[in-house]
Design a protein around this ligand. Sequence first.
Ligand SMILES: *Cc1c(COP(=O)(O)O)cnc(C)c1O
Length: 495
Amino acid sequence: MAAADHAITEESLDPQDWESMRALGHRMLDDMMTYLETVEERPVWQPIPDDVKARLRQPLPREPQSPEEIYENFLELVLPYPMGNIHPRFWGWAIATGTPFGMLAEMLSSALNSVPGGGEQVPNDVELQVLDWCKEMLGFPLEASGLLVSGCSMATLVGLTVARNSMAGFDLRQEGVQASPHRMAFYCSTETHSSVQKAIELLGLGAAYLRQVPVNEEFQIDLAALQQTIAEDRDAGYKPTCIVGNAGTINTGALDDLDSLADICEREGMWFHVDGAFGAWAALSPKLRPLVAGMGRAHSLACDIHKWMYMPYEIACVLVRSAEDHRRSFSLMPDYLEHHTRGLAGGRVWFTDYGIQLSRSFRALKAWMSLKEHGIEKYGRLIQQNVDQARYLADLVESSLELEILAPVPLNTVCFRFRADQLDEPSLNRLNEELMIRLQEEGKVLISYTTLNGTYALRAGITNHRSRREDFDLLIQEVTKVGKQLLDEGFVNAE
Ligand SMILES: *Cc1c(COP(=O)(O)O)cnc(C)c1O
């Protein structure tokens, strides 16, 4: 060895001082526990001051900064201005709340930094276990296959890929959609989430071939119209390929008649996919379970675990009845990923054979730990609690002279508005929009919005384990107060 070699000082990214990193870690953990414990004392959301935005524009760091300083920066600039969805009075869109134990599980998962794509490592077995539990909870047979993914959009893309490839009738992976002798048509209701259309577009099928069928007064897919569209498509030479049913739409929480959709698919020889982003978990409550009857008959099911199982982002799952169809859509085995029978490249299931991602996070751990922490019955009670809260809120709306309900409330979502008889429809729409934004800026309660049959609706989607009844009393109080304020300020019909 040349003497000069001894002079090489190699670097790593580990702390030079483990003790101070450990102390900082303890402090962070303490701070975050307190932060979660006291979440209710802060505004749900607050506007971001201009100077905070300005201070976030920092030059590319070239020299190291101290972890303590970076953390101070986080406390000052990041922590006060998040989305607000961990707050007990956040009911915008369909958003996850998270839990303290889930946060800790994320830390453990990051510490291992495992990549459960395949191979002989327990993180894979943890994911298989979580998937088996999902099958059991959601009424799928144990022989079905599954995959944990980032969110329901990704789960939908995986499920519809399997649908497209398995139904094509030729080697679609080899020949591509171009080779299709008949244009494939997919069907869903007009209330279906945009992620389904995105998947159809990404799959090269064309949004025009996602037939969006009208809904009935309950916002469920109109079965007669659906059957008629399928028949017309068949006559016109298209290939009716797949029906996407909704277990809980984003707008109103409507659940399609999944059993009837499964019947139609059986009769027509079509694939049945269910988007159960949050609503699938109604299966955990004995009282709500009948609403998702037929879900277990789907060929594929996409659902979130973050939303209504209250786990930290990101986690969702896709289940596919035929493990063989699932694998055939995604398995590709280059030499460097060949599966062995022993060693680290052993292992029963390689998740890379069932999805798009190769490198993927150990998101299974937070599900494994959370399901064990609370047990399934508690999750069922919390889901029922949210549905009961939605009913409670709907009753408050219905008994108020200033408010009106705009859609049925089959699940956890309430659409309503402030009314004023002197205003015409366009003005009421504008008033309710302004009302919703003011509520957000006030920071006491947070709801979102949608448009139902041309009417601007205030919308509360309750997937929050921290909400209590009195939070909804406050919501009604605030909506009424701000609505009246707007009228007092002279909010009148536009010319
Ligand atoms: C949220 C949602 C999706 C998309 O799920 P992500 O986890 O946000 O990707 C799909 N369908 C419905 C009904 C949803 O509510």
